[in-house]
Design a protein around this ligand. Sequence first.
Ligand SMILES: CC(C)(COP(=O)(O)OP(=O)(O)OC[C@H]1O[C@@H](n2cnc3c(N)ncnc32)[C@H](O)[C@@H]1OP(=O)(O)O)[C@@H](O)C(=O)NCCC(=O)NCCS
Length: 181
Amino acid sequence: MLKGAKVGLRARHDDDIPVLRTELYDDVVNSSRAGSGPWRPITPGAKDPRLVVDDEEEGHVPFSVVELEGGTLVGTATLWGIDTHNRCAHIGLGLLPSCRGKGYGTDVVAVLCHYGFVVRGLHRLQIETLADNEAMLRSAERNGFVREGVLRSSAWVMGEFLDEVLLGLLAEDWKPAPPTP
Ligand SMILES: CC(C)(COP(=O)(O)OP(=O)(O)OC[C@H]1O[C@@H](n2cnc3c(N)ncnc32)[C@H](O)[C@@H]1OP(=O)(O)O)[C@@H](O)C(=O)NCCC(=O)NCCS
């Protein structure tokens, strides 16, 4: 398990799946804002790639996020679109509604940076998020990501086109948080 100050990133377990499906993906608004495609329900037991991990897929590394204290599941985190030639990748995360606003998102981004830069030797990490997603923008900027541009009207979300912000962080600009005692 990868550890931050508050959260751990571990493999997906079978009993995470119903919780993630109900709390994250069955929520039409959350799912429409966080995903890049139209919302559709996930049938219980289906091998939906948002939930069920394909360990053979090299370019996509999904984690379940747990509280370090107690090990309770709090969400998902992903390093995706890994490009080993240009040594870059994207990061994404989603927390259960009751687990937001407690500093976990900022910590998840820190752990994904450690995984991307230290474990995988990447040179650049990238995040795309809706321009009104203050919590995601702050979680990224707290870890050193800088806004590189606005993708105007790039996301169709619940009946309207919304802007997305592109943020990037280079390995040489990353300042890892000091280890917790
Ligand atoms: C986006 C998300 C991962 C952020 O994680 P979080 O744990 O809620 O964020 P944190 O508690 O670490 O807060 C980060 C910062 O955002 C601020 N913040 C948190 N919630 C906020 C909100 N609803 N509105 C405005 N600011 C907010 C915090 O005050 C903090 O600011 P600071 O660094 O200046 O103190 C989480 O809210 C989430 O899962 N949202 C739904 C899914 C999603 O949007 N995923 C991202 C898709 S790209």
